[in-house]
Write a protein that binds this ligand. Structure first.
Ligand SMILES: NC(=O)c1ccc[n+]([C@@H]2O[C@H](COP(=O)([O-])OP(=O)(O)OC[C@H]3O[C@@H](n4cnc5c(N)ncnc54)[C@H](O)[C@@H]3O)[C@@H](O)[C@H]2O)c1
Length: 415
């Protein structure tokens, strides 16, 4: 705390709680918006009442809407271009003064890119990287329907690019939504697979940002408005509460999606995790997960989950105290800090298994021949590699990938 160098940036308004979506109409009217582009996918237009309900809530305030339901899991650069062309051809572009994303992280990320391309023209590639946006995009209102990504808070949009081995990011603080609406009721319809994957994404955000590089050592590379700037006392407060909520509620939300307490707990867990990592930043789990997603096209949450325990294991020597704290957040007790720290790693892998995600790369279908490329492509996500608390990171990444392949943990129990 003494040496924190805090830089914190979040959406200007966060609404959270069961039913808060109904407050959105009066708020947007107050903010002066007149016509929104709703970016969603077909589940929400064909099998859920949410889009119709939001349209009605806005309609009562005289706010018009245009709907694009072209969203797909893990949006690609090509998808962004296609939707941009469709919306432009649709004839409403002149009157659209804000964008509303309804859905999981995929729809929110697609919407983020559209706030840029619909305003500034050009291709999504023009904006890939950190701080490459020319000015303020169209205002974005994000309404997440999964508990996991935190994209409603973050400065990034994650895209798949055809010629790349990893996912790529558009990153700038102005890309953060202006309003985040976290209504746990919207997650009640999530099937178990989506719940488990997203929930592990939230836990990864919380744990990874709890253990990441300190803000005093984080290299901002001269950036005056950094999206990420390392962990500090404030981000760790949010991360700790998120970790507690994940261990308490994720298993129940996965097994019984109708459990409102578990759904509400996970919605807050996801929100708090993002209020941590969206400023502290992430490192090896996400870098390696992007590489694994490039290889397998498995979901974001599952590719994070398989690496998380092994990154924690690698950090045991330098983050023992924090890992012991994580074990206590998971309900463990005892005075032996080293034993508790190893328990945190094992408990995390048990939770991964509990929500039906493979706990080794071998179980994921990865072959021994794939491992060197995974290490290389993970290290190539340099904005994440540079934040790993062990530097240089090359040998540590190789050990993590090896352990994740075989399932080796010093705390014992077979993967
Ligand atoms: N920008 C960021 O900061 C950030 C952070 C983490 C992850 N991501 C990205 O988010 C994506 C993953 O997002 P996700 O885990 O939320 O899943 P998702 O958005 O990919 O959705 C997965 C599936 O679940 C369905 N779904 C979503 N909500 C539902 C609900 N309430 N009921 C029924 N079905 C529902 C969707 O229609 C979709 O078919 C990845 O592309 C990842 O890269 C972005």
């Amino acid at each position: 705390m003494l040496n924190d160098r805090l830089f914190y940036c979040a959406p200007s308004r966060i609404l959270a709680g069961n039913g808060v979506r109904r407050d959105l109409g009066p708020l947007l009217a107050r903010l002066g918006y007149r016509h929104g582009l709703i970016v969603t996918d077909r589940f929400f237009t064909e099998r859920s009442p949410i889009v119709t309900e939001i349209q009605a809530i806005l309609g009562e305030q005289g706010i018009g809407t245009t709907v694009s339901a072209e969203g797909e899991p893990d949006p690609s650069v090509d998808l962004c271009v296609r939707v941009q062309e469709q919306v432009t051809a649709g004839g409403d572009l002149e009157r659209i003064d804000h964008v509303i994303a309804i859905g999981g992280g995929s729809n929110i990320d697609l919407a983020k890119v559209l706030t840029l391309t619909l305003k500034f023209g050009g291709a999504p590639e023009d904006f890939i990287g950190e701080g490459k946006i020319p000015g303020k995009p169209l205002p974005l209102i994000a309404i997440p329907t999964t508990s996991g990504t935190g994209s409603e808070i973050t400065a990034g949009a994650i895209l798949i690019k055809r010629d790349s081995d990893t996912k790529v990011a558009v990153l700038a603080n102005d890309l953060r939504p202006v309003v985040a609406v976290v209504d746990p009721e919207l997650t009640l319809s999530c099937p178990p697979r989506v719940t488990g994957d997203a929930g592990l994404d939230a836990l990864t955000h919380a744990v990874e940002s709890y253990l990441t590089m300190d803000s005093e050592h984080f290299d901002r590379q001269g950036e005056a408005d950094p999206a990420y700037s390392g962990r500090n006392h404030m981000t760790m407060l949010f991360a700790a509460e998120s970790i507690r909520l994940c261990f308490r509620h994720l298993g129940t939300a996965y097994r019984d999606g109708a459990d409102r307490e578990a759904r509400t707990g996970m919605a807050y867990a996801s929100l708090y995790a993002s209020l941590s990592y969206a400023s502290a930043g992430l490192n090896a789990v996400h870098g390696l997960a992007y590489a694994l997603a490039g290889l397998t096209h498995a979901t974001h949450g599952s590719t994070n989950a398989v690496f998380l325990p092994y990154v924690m294991e690698e950090l045991l020597p330098i983050r023992q105290r924090e890992l012991a704290e994580i074990a206590r957040m998971a309900g463990e007790s005892g005075d032996d800090e080293a034993a508790l720290a190893r328990r945190a790693v094992v408990r995390t892998r048990e939770l991964v298994a509990e929500v039906g995600i493979p706990t080794t790369l071998a179980a994921f279908g990865v072959k021994a021949d794939d491992l060197p490329a995974l290490v290389r492509n993970g290290l190539n996500v340099t904005r994440l590699t540079k934040a790993f608390p062990i530097q240089p990171a090359g040998e540590a990444y190789a050990r993590i990938v090896d352990d994740a392949f075989t399932g080796r943990l010093s705390g014992g129990t077979a993967a």
